[in-house]
Design a binder for this molecule. Structure first.
Ligand code: HEM
Length: 340
């Protein structure tokens, strides 16, 4: 038999098996349900053409659908509805008030959910992993003992910026994210890993973090609609911080807005959501306190160690891009001059 024919048959069988297994876990949902509004769904195919796009490509499409249909919309991936929520009150209702219904994660493609806290189903294993992380690794007295790791990660970060800054303008934020992962790896595994191993683990962490969607374990009446069992729910983190009733000119780069009223702003979103860089509710980022500490420490050192100059002709561009958190589509580049 021709090789190409065998390859074709193998691909088709793999695809069919995947479809059968997927449908066993997530049986098709009845179209007659009162789902949130959205574009017309073609039976079976759903919005499959869009499904082939990455989440980044989909983001502007979803934004325009929100403008047309409102803050909660349905989008069909095959026979399965995905619900997108882009309103801070609805996000609070889902993640905090009705937190238990919206706390599960979808099955990953390789089925390895239970091995990682980020992807674990909402249940005993997740609780255990989460308790271990918060009570062991992130416990405040333990965190103090990581000061050597913080120093190491900072030095690594500053050295990297010093080298990069010699050959032109630098995108500081991208390096910051990298240094955050190094710190995390170091806290978990100590200094025994070399740079290559750290990079490998960082890549895995990054891939894991890119899946923060939720899956419904049962039907929920939500804001006059039905969010069905097995539906996937995406909370549009970036959209949360853009309410002009909370933030004056939300698209303007105005860091001083965080100086006033600092105490009234609760980043955990427990009482209300004004922005949610760390998520909210039961699956809120368990590292958010450490991350905030780390951020302050790093930013202070960036200001201390470098003289910053804007690149001639380049301006702040606040156009967003959805990654595992919302980032700038065109990150600001700066010329850095090392002081020491
Ligand atoms: C600036 C730094 C960070 C940002 C912006 C960030 C953001 C987030 C976000 C948005 C989520 C999803 C929450 C949700 O599903 O609602 C998350 C989850 C998570 N983060 Fe972070 N994070 C940061 C740093 C860290 C650090 C330092 C750690 C560990 C020490 C960490 C560990 C985790 C874990 C384990 C989860 C999954 C929690 C779960 O599913 O139960 N993150 N993070």
């Amino acid at each position: 038999m021709e090789t190409w024919f065998l390859i074709l048959i193998s691909i088709s069988i793999t695809y069919l098996l995947k479809l059968i297994i997927f449908n066993l876990f997530y049986p098709p949902i009845k179209q007659s349900l009162n789902l949130p509004p959205g574009p017309i769904c073609f039976p079976i195919l759903g919005n499959l053409l869009l499904f082939r796009k990455s989440f980044n490509d989909l983001y502007p499409v979803i934004q325009s659908l929100h403008a047309k249909f409102g803050p909660i919309i349905t989008f069909h991936f095959g026979s399965r509805p995905a619900i997108f929520i882009a309103d801070r009150f609805l996000a609070h209702q889902a993640l905090v008030k009705d937190g238990a219904s919206f706390a599960d994660r979808p099955l990953t493609f390789d089925g390895s959910n239970q091995n990682h806290i980020t992807t674990a189903f909402y249940g005993t294993k997740w609780r255990l992993l989460r308790r271990n992380l918060t009570a062991e690794i992130l416990q405040s007295s333990r965190v103090k003992t990581y000061s050597h790791a913080r120093k190491w990660a900072l030095e690594r970060f500053l050295n990297c910026l010093k080298i990069r800054s010699k050959s032109g303008p630098v995108r500081v934020l991208e390096h910051f994210q990298f240094s955050m992962f190094s710190l995390l790896v170091l806290m978990c595994f100590g200094n025994k890993y070399d740079d290559d191993k750290i990079k490998e683990i960082e890549d895995v962490v990054e891939r894991l973090l890119s899946n923060f969607s939720r899956v419904m374990t049962h039907d929920v009446d939500f804001n006059g609609y039905m969010v069905p069992r097995n539906g996937i729910v995406y909370i549009m983190n970036g959209a949360m911080g853009l309410d002009p009733n909370v933030w004056e000119n939300p698209m303007e780069f105005k860091p001083e807005r965080f100086l006033s009223d600092e105490k009234a702003f609760d980043i955990s979103g427990n009482k209300e959501i004004k922005m949610m860089p760390f998520g909210a509710g039961r699956r809120i980022c368990p590292g958010h306190v450490l991350a905030m500490l780390h951020l302050e420490y790093f930013v202070a050192n960036l200001v201390w160690n470098f003289e910053w100059k804007a690149v001639d002709g380049e301006e702040d561009d606040m156009e967003p891009k959805q990654e595992f958190v919302m980032t700038m589509k065109n990150p600001l580049r700066v010329n850095l001059l090392a002081r020491f």
